[in-house]
Design a protein around this ligand. Structure first.
Ligand code: ADP
Ligand code: MG
Length: 247
């Protein structure tokens, strides 16, 4: 297929599990600097779509181009190396390391956990840690043990660990689950900040939160795209109200 200017171009993507099409001929384009939110009822295929993009699940057909490079068929680590970051729902931070150490171990070609504890960090690493810590609003607690952070702060730390590698596409599945109201507000600001220079895809159910962050909303249903557009457009779409918002 042709080259595009999109950060991510998903075309005619399909995946079948025992004959059931969890993703059914789906086409989706995401721009640079865009924060896209994907909504839809349970079982719509939202998580499966992220699994396909990050290489955790293999497509049955179609194409996934990231910065014009075909990703289908690549192993997960090569997709990560190409610049795709994925945050899972349970944070995989090191509870007994400090915020600083958690970020430092995530520096590309990074040191081992042991290395981060025993060796001095380089100036480049310290600088990158400082930048990322400011982006995730943890710059005042760099020496705090991760175990002492609030639930929301732990989620931000994991986002920070992904940012250390400077991904150009970042995907987050229900990032505000379990957060306080204040943490949700701060997460909205954080996601807007980090979408600059990248593409960010967020799966979310909380419509107030979606309203606050989305550049564009994609509504999925039965493995396909039901509607796409501004929050106002999809909210007033009778098909969307019928299968999702009306419930
Ligand atoms: P969502 O995230 O929108 O709630 P999912 O992507 O988790 O939906 O699931 C979409 C559909 O695909 C569901 O019917 C689910 O049961 C099915 N599914 C997801 N992963 C697998 C798998 N590995 N094997 C079989 N079925 C799966
Ligand atoms: Mg899901």
């Amino acid at each position: 297929m042709s080259n595009t200017d999109f950060m991510l171009a998903v075309e005619d993507l399909t995946v079948s599990f025992d004959g059931f099409k969890a993703i059914d001929n789906l086409t989706l384009y995401v721009d640079r600097d865009e924060l896209r939110v994907i909504i839809g009822p349970n079982g719509a295929g939202k998580t499966t779509l992220l699994d396909l993009i990050c290489g955790k699940t293999r497509a049955s057909g179609g194409s996934i181009k990231f910065r014009n490079r075909e990703m289908t068929g690549l192993p997960e680590y090569q997709i990560v190396r190409a610049g795709v970051g994925r945050k899972f729902q349970t944070p995989s931070i090191y509870e007994n390391l400090t915020v600083f150490q958690n970020l430092a171990v995530s520096f590309p070609r990074g040191r081992s956990v042991l290395g981060a504890l025993t060796f001095r960090t380089t100036e480049a690493e310290r600088q990158r840690v400082a930048e990322v810590a400011a982006e995730i609003a943890l710059d005042e607690v760099l020496e705090r043990e991760a175990a002492q952070l609030s639930h929301g702060q732990k989620q931000w730390l994991e986002i920070g660990m992904l940012l250390m590698q400077d991904p150009k596409l970042l995907m987050l599945d229900e990032p505000i689950a379990g957060m306080s109201v204040r943490e949700r507000e701060l997460t909205a600001e954080l996601l807007k900040r980090i979408s600059k220079g990248r593409a960010v895809i967020v799966i979310e159910h909380d419509m107030d939160f979606v309203q606050r962050i989305a550049d564009k909303v994609t509504v999925m249903h039965q493995g396909r795209i039901l509607a796409e557009g501004s929050m106002a457009q999809v909210q007033n779409d009778p098909r969307v109200i019928d299968v999702y918002l009306g419930h």
